[in-house]
Each structure stands twice: as structure tokens, then as C-alpha cells.
Design a protein around this ligand. Structure first.
Ligand SMILES: CC/C=C\C/C=C\CCC/C=C/CC(=O)SCCNC(=O)CCNC(=O)[C@H](O)C(C)(C)COP(=O)(O)OP(=O)(O)OC[C@H]1O[C@@H](n2cnc3c(N)ncnc32)[C@H](O)[C@@H]1OP(=O)(O)O
Length: 281
């Protein structure tokens, strides 16, 4: 079992410290008492998900799994944005190879986080549109700070969320609410998200959110880890397997879709209308 001895714990903590020095975009720390890891996304300024950040998240999750992490808190170094979703500037007039890698890494992140054997909580301490909501949804529990937005606004940008993400939304808020939310691309304020069950708890400060997250993780202290993870796999496995089977086909259709001029035009309009930074003409 993880951290059975102080030596194991010390080894893991050192390992993580060493690892975190190699990962400038994701800072990982381990609470030596509880054994819970905190992974803090720190890509300036809004943790938009480009290939480098996605790759680092994916490696972090792999290391946590390998080291039998006891629980993960995923959060942001920004006090305004948890993650702004995919890096829209990298989706604009993209290099097809890079987009291919980006999509495939995004799928890996979902598979590793949604399917992790250890318990996971997102401390959503800022806005979480689209891919930001995806990261939060792939955790088991969400604690969100007030006065931010969260949701899957893909329909507003001009595309549909993929099936695995729709499944994640349905499994969290139910089919009826998911249909309303996804077809309109709704971004919910914190209190609205709480009402529909998109987040589990609201906190007034990051410290309070971390306390609530730790309380959730501590619920599993007396549950045998293998029984917990087998149950999680039974609940989530079919959705993950569906993605694994369709992974390459989805990457191909995503690359075709994103490189199409119609999508590029609507993305360009979305950026010009919604983002402060503009496209260079
Ligand atoms: C075939 C399959 C097809 C599709 C598959 C679909 C889904 C797959 C699963 C997950 C993927 C989802 C898709 C996405 O994630 S698309 C991204 C959608 N993101 C958004 O719509 C967010 C846009 N941003 C905002 O609404 C606001 O910026 C935000 C609320 C996050 C923060 O607001 P705030 O006022 O605090 O900051 P700003 O001044 O607006 O922004 C600060 C700087 O950050 C830049 N920025 C913001 N968002 C992005 C982004 N997504 N990508 C790149 N850059 C971003 C912004 O331009 C500002 O830059 P500077 O002016 O500081 O240079």
C-alpha cells in the first residue's frame, strides 16, 4: 500500500520535488502528513492548454499513478482563471502535426485523470470554460470559488464537445441538464453550477477550498484502495474504453475539422469578439 513506511513517503516526496523542478508548467507538492499531492497549473496567464502544458499534465498524472498517490488536488496558480481551455491561438491557422499531437495528448489527460486509481478533487479557483471545465469534470469532486464561470461552451465557438466529454457531463449533472447546457454552450456562474451539480461545494477562499478538498479525500482513509479503485473503474470504465477504441479516428476527424476554413473563420471571429489579445493580420 502507498506510503506504508516513512521511508516510502520520504522517497515519494523527494521524487515529486525533483520532478516538480523539471516541470515549469505544473508544480507538484506532497503533503507529507496526508500523502495528498497538489498539482498546480501555472502556465501564464490563464493556463490555456497548449501541447506543452497538456504534455506536462499527462506526465504528472503518470508519475502520480506510478507512485501510488493517495489523493490529488488539481488547482491553478492564478487567482482568476483555473484554465481558459484549449489555447485558441494555437488552434488558429495551425500546423496539422502539432494539432494532432495536441488532441491525442488531451485524450491521454482525460483517460489518466478520469480513470485514475486515486481520488481526485478540482479546486476551481478561477474561471473554467471548455477545456478548463473538462479538467474539473474529470476529477471526482469539485470545490469552486465564488464569482467565476464554468461550463462547456464549445457550441458557442462553433463545434461539439466529443462523446467522452459529453459522457462526463451526463454522468455528473444528468442527461436532461447536460442536453440544455451543451446545446446552448452555457457558462454557469458558481452558484448556478452548484444548483445543477456541476460543482459539489462552494468556498469563499482558496484555503477553505483546499480544506474541503482534503475532507473529501479523507473520506477514503478507511476504504481499501483497491476496492475503491475497482469500483471507480466499474463506474467509469465503459466511457474510457469507448474513447480508447475510437482514439485515432477521433484525432483524424478533429484535425480535419480544425483545419477546415469554415471552422477557422468562426474561430477567428470568436477570438476577435471575446479575447483581449487579437490575431495578427
Ligand atoms: C471534432 C472534435 C471537436 C471539438 C472537440 C471539443 C472539445 C474537446 C474537449 C475540451 C476542449 C475544449 C475546447 C476549448 O477549450 S476551446 C477554448 C475555449 N475557451 C474560452 O472560450 C475562454 C476564452 N477566454 C475567456 O473567456 C476569458 O479570457 C476568461 C474568462 C478565461 C478570463 O477572463 P479575464 O477577463 O480574466 O482575462 P482576459 O483578459 O480575457 O484574458 C487574459 C489573457 O489570456 C488570453 N486568453 C484567454 N483565453 C484564452 C485561450 N483559450 N487561449 C489563448 N489565450 C487566451 C487573453 O487573450 C488575454 O491575453 P493578453 O491580452 O493578456 O495577452
Amino acid at each position: 500500500m502507498a506510503f506504508r513506511t516513512a521511508r516510502n513517503l520520504a522517497y515519494f516526496s523527494n521524487y515529486i520535488r525533483n520532478y516538480s523542478t523539471n516541470g515549469p508548467l505544473v508544480n507538484v507538492t506532497v503533503n507529507e502528513k496526508s500523502g495528498f499531492a497538489t498539482a498546480t497549473l501555472q502556465r501564464p496567464s490563464v493556463n490555456s492548454l497548449n501541447l506543452e502544458l497538456l504534455t506536462e499534465i499527462s506526465h504528472t498524472l503518470q508519475q502520480l499513478e506510478k507512485n501510488k498517490c493517495r489523493g490529488l488536488i488539481l488547482t491553478s496558480a492564478s487567482n482568476k482563471v483555473f484554465s481558459a481551455g484549449l489555447d485558441l491561438f494555437e488552434l488558429h491557422k495551425p500546423n496539422a502535426d502539432k494539432i494532432k499531437q495536441m488532441w491525442s495528448t488531451l485524450q491521454e489527460v482525460w483517460i489518466k485523470l478520469y480513470g485514475s486509481s486515486y481520488p481526485t478533487v478540482a479546486v476551481v479557483n478561477g474561471h473554467a470554460p471548455a477545456g478548463g471545465c473538462m479538467l474539473a469534470l474529470s476529477c471526482e469532486y469539485r470545490v469552486m470559488l465564488n464569482n467565476f464561470i464554468i461550463g462547456l461552451n464549445e457550441a458557442q465557438i462553433g463545434f461539439s464537445a466529443p462523446m467522452w466529454l459529453i459522457d462526463g457531463m451526463r454522468n455528473t449533472i444528468g442527461s436532461r441538464q447536460a442536453e440544455f447546457a451543451l446545446t446552448a454552450g452555457t457558462l454557469f456562474k458558481t452558484e448556478e453550477a452548484l444548483k445543477i451539480g456541476l460543482v459539489d461545494e462552494v468556498a469563499q477562499s482558496k484555503e477553505e477550498a483546499i480544506e474541503k478538498a482534503e475532507k473529501f479525500l479523507n473520506k477514503f482513509a478507511k476504504i481499501p484502495p483497491h476496492a475503491r479503485s475497482m469500483t471507480k473503474a466499474a463506474l467509469r470504465g465503459a466511457n474510457i474504453q469507448a474513447l480508447v477504441r475510437n482514439k485515432d479516428e477521433e484525432v483524424r476527424s478533429y484535425v480535419d475539422f480544425v483545419t477546415d476554413s469554415q471552422f477557422q473563420d468562426s474561430l477567428g471571429e470568436f477570438i476577435e469578439l471575446n479575447l483581449k489579445q487579437k490575431l495578427s493580420k
